[in-house]
Design a protein around this ligand. Structure first.
Ligand SMILES: C[S@@+](CC[C@H](N)C(=O)[O-])C[C@H]1O[C@@H](n2cnc3c(N)ncnc32)[C@H](O)[C@@H]1O
Length: 248
């Protein structure tokens, strides 16, 4: 693995094994997963034949997958992730829906997964806290592929970190987030190893070649051809972004 490749794979070791600590350092994440599920649950698809095909990008440990399953009992979910240490937990947590055939996890890069799917084959593409991890160029390709695999009228919903447009304000938020890491991982848990991993991770997310800034991200989606872009919820650097594939 070359250095850049390795820098793109941050979900391993104790970071992955103790990913449940996310709730301690990023409480809005759980709330956002709930909102993604709720939005998907209330969405009326234009055509009603057959099971609803839902693709989730970034399974993680299955937190959002589980919420999607509960909110869309009519869905067959394909959920993809490229980190074995995250997927093994997701498979363990959601063994039931896997056994019934409602859910399939696949270990693959998000872009590779999309490219392997036929055009207009998915009713919904949903994701939570995954796209911000991508290099900007990779994310652009992923967004273009999401549009390709969605059926006309299909839904894209992403609950994610969207950096504030004002860099100074955004920096203030990130500094506060890092102070929180110190409080939890050093002050409360005495886990310098986790502190190191979380700081390393946020440095990657915030780097110029990854950062997903709010207005440019919405502009990028509009330029690619997504219709009805909307932001039903926004809380600081976290936003729920939705859009559909146009009919034409
Ligand atoms: C912050 S976690 C979020 C997990 C989950 N969506 C949730 O709501 O808890 C991001 C996940 O995206 C996965 N991921 C990051 N880059 C990826 C890529 N290029 N292809 C597939 N999965 C990726 C990571 O392995 C990780 O499990």
């Amino acid at each position: 693995m070359n250095q850049q490749h390795q820098a793109e794979h941050l979900f391993y070791g104790s970071f992955a094994e103790e990913y449940h600590l996310l709730i301690r350092v990023c409480p809005p994440a759980a709330e956002m997963s709930r909102r993604v599920g709720e939005f998907v649950g209330h969405w009326h698809r234009p055509e009603t034949q057959g099971p609803l095909a839902l693709l989730e990008l970034g399974s993680g440990t299955g937190i959002t997958t589980n919420i999607l399953l509960h909110n869309r009992p009519d869905a067959h979910i394909l959920s993809v992730d490229n980190a074995p240490a995250m997927l093994s937990q997701a498979r363990e947590h959601l063994a039931g829906p896997i056994a019934t055939g409602r859910l399939e996890f696949r270990e693959i890069d998000a872009l590779g997964a999309l490219q392997s799917l036929p055009a207009a084959s998915m009713d919904i593409v949903a994701s939570a806290y995954t796209l911000h991890n991508f290099l900007c160029g990779h994310r652009h390709q992923v967004l273009a592929e999401i549009l390709r695999v969605l059926k006309p009228g299909g839904l894209f919903v992403n609950g994610d970190r969207y950096a504030l447009d004002d860099p100074a304000q955004h920096l203030g938020n990130i500094q506060e987030e890092i102070r929180g890491y110190f409080r939890v991982f050093l002050g409360e848990m005495n886990r310098p190893d986790l502190l190191e991993q979380w700081v390393t991770h946020i440095l990657s997310d915030e780097s110029e070649e990854h950062v997903m800034r709010f207005t440019p991200a919405l502009d990028e989606m509009a330029a690619l051809g997504f219709a009805q872009p909307d932001v039903p919820h926004r809380d600081g650097g976290n936003a729920l972004v939705t859009a559909v594939k146009p009919w034409r």
